[in-house]
Design a protein around this ligand. Structure first.
Ligand code: MN
Length: 384
C-alpha cells in the first residue's frame, strides 16, 4: 500500500502545509495512466444492493429529481443527463480500498469514504458545497469542474438537493482520467460529465461540536454505570398551586445537570469508540471460528490483515476497533498499534506478537468476529 509521493508537482508534505484545509489544487496526471479499478457494470450491481447506499440524480427543464437506492433498474446508459452516486465503495471492493490506502498520509480517523459517481453526458448534481475535504479523482471519461470560493451559501428553495442559488465560479477545468482536484470544505463546486464519465470522491470528515456532543451525550445516557438515582418526594405537603413547578424537583434536576462530569478517561474512551464506529450499513461476515492453536499456526504461516471494513486506531495505551475500546499493556499496544498503522502483521512478525501475553487471544477474537483476516498479506514494510 504505497502512499502517493506527490500531488500536482508538490510533495505530500508541501501539499499538506499549503493546500490541506486551505486552498484547492488541480493535480494534472496525479495518477499517470490511471485505469479505473471498477467497471460501471459492477457499480450498477452495487447500486442494486440494500446494504449499499446509492442515489440517482437527474434534471430536466430545470427540475431536479433525486431517488434513493437500492436501484433495481437504472435509466438507459444512452440517455443523457443522469448520475448514479454510490457511497462507501471502499467497503465493498478491495481494489478501491487499496486506492484509499494511497491517501493514508491523512489519519484514518479523518476518512469518510470513497464515493463513485457515474454520469452520462451532461450529468451532474448541480452546484453545491460540502463540509468535507475531498479529492475528486477523474476515473474514466471527462468531467468539467467549476469552483467558487466560500461565500453566499443561500440555497435554491424547494429543490430535493442542496443547490447553491448564487453560484459564481471563478475557475473552470476539464479533468481527464488520472487528473485530480482537491477541494477544502466550503468551496462551491459543480461537475458536469462531458460524455459518459466516472469520478471518484475520496472524502474526509471532520466532526462538528454538535455532532460530537449529540453522540457523546446519547452514549452517556445509555451507560449510567449501573447507578441511576431517581427523584423522590416522600412526605410532600399538599399544594394550593398545582400549576407551579415544584422547587425541589427543579433544583434536583438542575443539580444532576450541573454536577454531571464525565471523567477525562470516559471521554477519551468514547472518542476512540466513536471515531472507529463503522458506518450503519456495515456488517462483518464472521468466518468459521478457529481454535487458538490453529489460528496462531495459520497467522504464523500466512500473516494477518485487517478486513477492508475494519476501522482501527490507537492512542496511548488504548486500542479501538470498530467502535470497541481495549486497554492494553505497552508491549501489546506496540504490536496492535503496528497493526492499526499498517493494517497488517507479516507472517514473520506473528510469533513475536503472539509472545506478548493477551495478544494472540485478542487477535483470535477479532478474527472470529470477521474484523481480521488470515493471509494474502503483502511483504512487511521495514520499520520507519
Ligand atoms: Mn461535492
Amino acid at each position: 500500500m504505497d502512499l502517493l509521493d506527490s500531488i500536482g508537482g508538490l510533495s505530500v508534505d508541501q501539499f499538506m502545509r499549503r493546500h490541506w484545509q486551505r486552498a484547492p489544487l488541480l493535480a494534472r496526471g496525479a495518477f499517470p495512466g490511471f485505469v479505473a479499478p471498477i467497471e460501471p457494470a459492477r457499480l450498477f450491481e452495487l447500486a442494486g444492493r440494500d446494504d449499499v447506499e446509492s442515489r440517482t440524480v437527474s434534471a430536466s427543464d430545470g427540475r431536479w429529481r433525486l431517488e434513493h437506492g437500492p436501484h433495481e433498474r437504472l435509466p438507459p446508459r444512452r440517455r443523457p443527463g443522469w448520475t448514479l452516486l454510490v457511497q462507501g465503495v471502499d467497503l465493498h471492493d478491495d481494489a478501491i480500498a487499496a486506492l484509499m490506502g494511497r491517501f493514508r498520509f491523512v489519519p484514518d480517523a479523518r476518512v469518510d469514504d470513497l464515493m463513485v459517481s457515474f454520469a452520462t453526458d451532461g450529468g451532474g448534481v448541480g452546484p453545491h458545497v460540502d463540509q468535507y475535504d475531498v479529492f475528486l479523482l477523474q476515473a474514466r471519461g471527462t468531467r468539467r469542474w467549476r469552483i467558487a470560493p466560500p461565500g453566499d451559501a443561500s440555497l435554491v428553495p424547494d429543490a430535493p438537493l442542496k443547490l447553491l442559488a448564487n453560484f459564481a465560479p471563478t475557475e473552470e477545468w476539464l479533468l481527464e482520467p488520472g487528473d485530480m482536484l482537491y477541494l477544502p470544505p466550503g468551496w462551491g463546486h459543480d461537475g458536469t460529465a462531458v460524455g459518459e464519465c466516472m469520478t471518484f470522491s475520496i472524502g474526509f470528515r471532520a466532526p462538528s461540536r454538535q455532532e460530537f456532543l449529540t453522540a457523546f451525550l446519547a452514549a452517556a445516557a445509555d451507560e449510567p454505570g449501573g447507578r441511576d438515582p431517581r427523584f423522590t418526594d416522600r412526605g410532600r405537603a399538599p399544594t394550593a398551586t398545582p400549576g407551579r413547578l415544584p422547587e425541589d424537583l427543579a433544583e434536583r434536576l438542575r443539580g444532576w445537570a450541573l454536577d454531571w462530569r464525565p471523567s477525562a478517561a470516559e471521554v477519551d474512551r468514547f472518542v476512540g469508540r466513536w471515531l472507529t464506529e463503522p458506518k450503519a450499513q456495515v456488517w462483518f461476515d464472521a468466518p468459521a471460528p478457529l481454535a487458538p492453536a490453529r489460528f496462531e499456526r495459520a497467522a504464523t504461516r500466512d500473516g494477518l490483515r485487517l478486513d477492508r471494513r475494519t476501522r482501527m486506531a490507537w492512542r496511548g495505551r488504548s486500542v479501538f476497533v470498530n467502535g470497541e475500546a481495549f486497554e492494553v499493556p505497552a508491549a501489546a499496544r506496540r504490536w496492535l498499534g503496528r497493526l492499526a498503522d499498517r493494517r497488517l502483521l507479516a507472517a514473520v512478525e506473528c510469533p513475536r506478537a503472539f509472545a506478548v501475553p493477551g495478544v494472540a487471544a485478542m487477535l483470535g477474537d477479532w478474527h472470529d468476529a470477521g474484523w481480521l483476516r488470515i493471509g494474502a498479506a503483502p511483504a512487511a514494510t521495514p520499520d520507519p
